[in-house]
Write a protein that binds this ligand. Structure first.
Ligand code: NAD
Length: 477
């Protein structure tokens, strides 16, 4: 098994060991990955440094942008095949995987076009001085990627970093990364120089930890759990390597009594059903003003009970949970919920699935006590917690009451209240009468508090993957 990409060559792990990968729809092993060692990680980082110094840093921004745009075209041309790979590997229904590949292509298009538009500044200073602030690449960036959107998450950090002029060492998730391996081959075929993209498949606590603590990297970007985010920061700290961290959320949907429920209900359901709830920006807390609590709960319950969870190749709304570990974590949470007596108001249907698959349908619970774990901790599954609130002050306090701060949505027709709440909510993105960070390649995205820091997507990502240099030139007497 050769799934390590180091300096343009596909190779096996240094000690030949491999990892079995489960098919989430059946629970059976369907493929293997090379299990990268610290030695492999070191080779990948060295290859990236060499490619950065001797090749990639010599390309102009325009040339880098053109190459990214060409890769975007190749992704479009191979979209069906990549979507099938993604669907098989993650269990997500094919129609959703196709969306993911469209977003992936958009990352290449957007950052291909942006590569030569990340302009510096000229600062007015003393007479006789010319002061320039130029953006420079960092050198080698490390990317640790989760399993929920393997291809999109790869595009989200790899594209701005490549556009900015860095060479990469990427550790995709050991649970799901077949699409990333396929895309890497497309990138090679499109003409990406050897060593600019290196991939080390492997376990988090082995290859991931070796990458995070490697002294040869200049930045690390990670999406995943807060616990692992903390470990990565600790690993990077002795080398003074900066991090960009996206660590999930417990995002509120705040529904006021004057909300347009025709618009709100489908968006609220979509935001928890999407990717079977395994989305960092899932709208997992449904905060409802008391006068409309019963009405909103009833409408959301109806919509949730109509959802269908099924096989990846069906037209189902949800596929299986992607990993065995996540399936176990969610089942344990469901047992605790039953034991705690919080009412399960509705759940979707599960149809035609084999024994052994990791299937859990969307569910609505409520009223969930404010101190319950379902009201505060990220479940990372299709579980929606309904919680009543009294007035705007109460809604604001409740919205900010978790350790997270990634996304929030405000459903009200009152314009002044929209603005007051949008400013008061601690989150990286706020949606008013809509919801969705999924596509939105152009929209800066990232968290506050335990949701992490740094901004990905849009032009702001180019700031994260570059540094500035101030050049002061005295030309006067
Ligand atoms: P995780 O955070 O452990 O794994 C994400 C990535 O980090 C994987 O590539 C993994 O190999 C790597 N990793 C794990 N341990 C590492 C370490 N010590 N050093 C470096 N890299 C390491 O996620 P998980 O355990 O698979 O899922 C746990 C929880 O994380 C989920 O229940 C969910 O709440 C959250 N999660 C969030 C996102 C997100 O998009 N924000 C994605 C996946 C998981």
């Amino acid at each position: 098994m050769k799934t390590l990409l180091i300096n343009g060559d596909w190779c096996a792990a240094d000690d030949g060991r491999t990892i079995d990968v489960d098919d989430p729809a059946s629970g059976e092993v369907f493929t293997q990955l090379s299990r990268a060692t610290a030695t492999d990680v070191d080779s990948a980082v060295r290859a990236a440094r060499n490619a950065y110094v001797n090749e990639w840093s010599r390309w102009s921004a325009t040339e880098r942008g053109r190459l990214l745009a060409r890769i975007g075209e190749q992704i479009h041309a191979n979209a069906q095949e990549i979507a099938e790979i993604e669907s098989r590997d993650t269990g997500k229904p094919l129609h959703l995987a196709r969306n993911d590949i469209a977003v992936l292509a958009r990352y290449f298009e957007f950052y291909g076009a942006a590569a030569d538009k990340h302009h510096g500044e000229v600062i007015p200073y003393l007479n006789g001085f010319n002061v320039q602030v130029v953006h420079e690449p960092l050198g080698v960036t490390a990317h640790i990627i989760p399993w929920n959107y393997p291809s999109q998450m790869f595009g989200r950090t790899a594209c701005p970093s490549l556009a900015a002029g860095n060479a990469l060492a990427v550790k995709p998730s050991e649970e799901a990364c077949q699409s990333v391996l396929f895309i890497a081959r497309l990138m090679q075929e499109a003409g990406l120089p050897d060593g600019v993209l290196n991939i080390v498949t492997g376990y988090g606590n082995e290859a991931g930890a070796a990458l995070a603590s490697h002294p040869g990297i200049d930045l690390i970007t990670f999406t995943g759990s807060p616990a692992v985010g903390a470990q990565i920061q600790a690993g990077a700290a002795p080398n003074n390597v900066p991090c960009v961290l996206e660590l999930g959320g417990k995002s509120p949907q705040i529904v006021f009594a004057d909300a347009d429920l025709e618009k709100a209900v489908p968006a609220i359901v979509g935001a928890i059903v999407q990717n079977t709830g395994q989305t960092c920006s899932a709208g997992s807390r449904l905060l409802i003003q008391r006068p409309v609590y019963e009405q909103v709960v009833q409408r959301v319950a109806e919509a949730i009970s109509k959802t269908r969870t099924g096989m990846p190749d069906s037209q189902a709304d949800c596929g299986p949970i992607i990993t065995r570990a996540q399936f176990r974590r969610l089942n344990a949470l469901l047992e605790r919920l039953d034991a705690s007596g919080v009412p399960r108001i509705a759940q979707g249907k599960v149809a035609d699935v084999p024994q052994g698959g990791f299937f859990i349908p969307p569910m609505l619970y409520g009223p969930v006590p404010r101190d319950h774990e379902l009201a505060n901790a990220e479940a990372f599954g299709p579980l929606l917690a309904a919680i009543p609130f009294d007035d705007e002050q109460d809604a604001m306090a409740l919205a900010n009451a978790t350790e997270y701060g990634l996304v929030a949505a405000i459903w009200t027709e009152n314009g002044a209240r929209q603005q007051r709440l949008a400013r008061a909510v601690l989150a990286g993105q706020v949606y008013i009468n809509c919801y969705g960070a999924g596509g939105g390649v152009e929209l800066p995205f990232g968290g506050r508090k335990k949701s992490g820091y740094g901004r990905e997507k849009g032009f702001h990502a180019l700031d994260e993957f570059t540094t500035t240099k101030t050049i002061v030139n005295r030309f006067g007497t």
